[in-house]
Ligand binder design. Structure first.
Ligand SMILES: Nc1ncnc2c1ncn2[C@@H]1O[C@H](COP(=O)(O)OP(=O)(O)O)[C@@H](O)[C@H]1O
Ligand SMILES: [Mg+2]
Length: 263
C-alpha cells in the first residue's frame, strides 16, 4: 500500500506521517517513509533517526546530474510527466543501497532530496524522481510506503500521486487548510487516486471538529480521523522520539484501520 500525506505547511503532515509509521510498525508492517518534501529538514529526527539518509537524488548524479539528464531528455522530445531517470524497472526495499535508506527494525526512511542552497533552481527534478521512485517501488503485502509530501498542491501537477493508493490531507483549523483540502480532493480524483480522506489535526474542541467535519463532508470529502492537539506528540517530535503514547498516538489507530479496510 502506498499512502501520501499532504496539506498546508504546518498542518501536521510530518507529524501524521510519524504517527502512521509508528502505528503500522506496531502492527508488524514494514514501513518505508518517503520524504518527498524538499524543504522539510526534520523528518528524520521526528522518526528517531540520528541523521538523514543520503538523498536518492545522489543516485542519479545529484541535482546537477539529474538536471542534465532531464535537459537531454527534453531535447529529445520527452515531456516531463512521463520522463524517467532511474535505470531500474522495479525497486524493491532490499535493493536500495544502505547509505540511501535509514533503518530501525521495521521502519525505513528515504529522502528524495533537499534544497541546500539559495538559487538552486526549482524543485522539478525532485518531483520527477519522486514520481518515478514511487511508481517503480514494489511492495509486499506486509509493506507500506508513507510519503511526506511538500506543502501545497504542486506535487499533483508533477503527477507524483499517479501510483498512490490513498491520499490523506492534514487539515488544521484554518480556512486555508480547509480550502486546500477541498482542492486536493479534486486533484487526487483527477490523478486516479482510489481514495482521499481528510485527517482533522490539532483539534482543540468538539465544536471546532464538528465545524470542519460539516464543511468537508458537505463537499463530499470523507474524514479518516480526528487528531487532537496533543502536547505529548509535539514534545516527542521535538525531542526526536517517535510518539508512542498519548492521545494522538491512540487516535491515529482509527486512521490506520480506515486505510487497511480499503479493498
Ligand atoms: N496533533 C498535534 N498536536 C500538537 N502539536 C502538533 C500536532 N500536529 C502537529 N503539531 C505540531 O505542529 C508543528 C507543525 O507540524 P508538522 O508536522 O511539522 O507540519 P508540516 O509537516 O505539515 O509542516 C510541529 O511543531 C508539530 O509538533
Ligand atoms: Mg513537514
Amino acid at each position: 500500500m502506498k499512502v501520501s500525506v499532504c496539506g498546508k505547511g504546518g498542518s501536521g503532515k510530518s507529524t501524521i506521517v510519524t504517527l502512521l509509521a509508528n502505528e503500522f510498525t506496531t502492527r508488524s508492517y514494514r514501513v518505508l517513509v518517503v520524504d518527498s518534501d524538499e524543504s522539510n529538514s526534520g523528518l528524520f529526527w521526528m522518526l528517531g533517526f540520528a541523521c538523514p539518509p543520503i538523498a536518492l537524488m545522489e543516485l542519479v548524479g545529484g541535482r546537477r546530474g539529474l538536471r542534465e539528464k532531464m535537459t537531454a531528455k527534453f531535447s529529445s522530445g520527452e515531456s516531463e510527466p512521463k520522463m524517467e531517470v532511474l535505470a531500474q524497472d522495479k525497486i524493491l526495499l532490499k535493493d536500495i543501497p544502505p547509505q540511501y535508506i535509514s533503518k530501525d527494525n521495521n521502519l525505513r526512511l528515504v529522502s528524495t532530496g533537499k534544497i541546500l542552497q539559495s538559487l538552486e533552481g526549482c524543485a522539478c527534478p525532485m518531483g520527477v524522481l519522486s514520481r518515478e521512485f514511487l511508481k517503480k517501488l514494489c511492495l509486499e503485502t506486509d509493506e507500506v510506503a508513507i510519503v511526506d509530501m511538500e506543502a501545497g498542491i504542486e506535487h499533483f501537477g508533477r503527477g507524483i500521486e499517479t501510483s498512490i493508493d490513498s491520499v490523506l490531507v492534514a487539515v488544521e483549523p484554518s480556512v486555508e487548510s480547509l480550502e486546500l483540502a477541498l482542492r486536493v480532493k479534486e486533484l487526487a480524483a483527477g490523478a486516479g487516486v482510489r481514495s482521499t480522506w481528510a485527517i482533522l489535526n490539532k483539534i482543540t474542541s468538539d465544536e471546532i471538529a464538528m465545524m470542519l467535519k460539516d464543511r468537508l463532508e458537505d463537499k463530499g470529502m470523507a474524514i479518516a480521523g480526528t487528531i487532537h492537539h496533543d502536547p505529548e506528540v509535539f514534545e516527542a517530535c521535538l525531542r526526536g522520539h517517535r510518539p508512542t503514547k498519548g492521545r494522538a498516538a491512540e487516535e491515529i489507530r482509527g486512521v490506520v484501520d480506515v486505510l487497511l479496510s480499503q479493498p
